[in-house]
Design a binder for this molecule. Sequence first.
Ligand code: SF4
Length: 479
Amino acid sequence: MAGKTYGIRTYGCQMNVHDSERLAGLLETAGYERAADGSTPDVVVFNTCAVRENADNRLYGNLGQMRPVKTANPGMQIAVGGCLAQKDRGEIARRAPWVDVVFGTHNIGSLPVLLERARHNGEAQVEIKEALEVFPSSLPTRRDSAYSAWVSISVGCNNTCTFCIVPSLRGTEQDRRPADVLGEIRALVDEGVLEVTLLGQNVNSYGVEFGDRQAFGKLLRACGAIDGLERVRFTSPHPRDFTDDVIAAMAETSNVCHQLHMPLQSGSDAVLKRMRRSYRSERFLGIVENVRAAMPDAALTTDVIVGFPGETEEDFQSTVDVMRAARFASAYTFQYSQRPGTPAATLPDQVPKAVVQERYERLVSCQEQISWAENRALVGRRVELLISAGEGRKDAGTGRMTGRARDGRLCHVAPYGGVRPGDVVETVVTYAAPHHLVADGLLLSHRRTRAGDASEPRRGVPLGMPSVRPRTPVTSEQE
Ligand code: SF4
């Protein structure tokens, strides 16, 4: 497809961000080029999310806006993939007949062929698979960052949380073998990557498919043996399966960051039961206590749903109490929304929107105070930052760059000449805001990295863009 350009719009979770990097890799392997910012691509891909109520409205709204654009660019092709495509299937082509391709979460590798077939046959191609064809991780990739990478360790989920549509769209859990995951990480480090985030809907049950309940802790420890890998993060864990061997692996493996994003969802045991979360608040707080005992500097963050069907004021107060006890560095707070196709959508006692909104505002303000107090406690502390591209672009007003601390916190740093995205600096926190830190003082050290070199502007090469990495050879289970 020499000369043809593409653009990808990604919605939803990190798994979709990971998959979009694979879609980009596939298209570039097929000869497409990434469209320049502001230009109209020849191929537009929507990688959709189905988690929130308005996900459908947003997609069909966007597709509606694309219709006149396509009319003005007859050769343009539109493709829709991701969880909403897996759910709505042919309905998308029926409601938006100007869409050329609909593909699902289990066959992202089919995109280039489906585009070709649609062009050749002059009709829309809808291809949805019920089971995974190949692990997306084995497909070519085009990563957005030179220094940080998403590495999926499993796809799908065996849990049945009543508010969640993921298992019905991504299937039951399938685990990549450790040697395969570690092989990919070593290849990334060889390319200059400093930080990896291990991805799974429930990373703690990693290994269930090949019968090793301690596989996730072992994987973290194995990451510790990879020279050049400086930071290991992971998402999402599940409190029911979060075991002491994982806490020990985090505490005893030097490159595993002391950062834990563990979804609480609710602090009320009655609500957790209706959510079918398989743990209660006491267990959740017990994990928090054990993590803090093993890693006193750890930053914990979480997800919370406000207004789940049947939630009383007392239930809500239980959530506030748990968040006060857990002292999260930050929290993603969501207002419950009925998701057709989930058991919770038909539960009685749906909470009125006004009540949900009022509780949501109370919870956000409560957490804001906690986040701010936790951040203020870090003023005067030495902090190591990995300077980020995008986040790290110079703030027009202050010229500041931004970096991530090992505990995941965002920190704005004073402008220093020669510091590039991908470099590592050490400095001291001088100010704390509710959602970020500031280090306006002296730079204690600046380490230029290969990733930083890769982010240096070069003639004809987009900033910080590593080349397309070919298909990862699937290694057999050595261990
Ligand atoms: S653990 Fe629950 S919320 Fe998370 S993906 Fe699985 S079913 Fe959904």
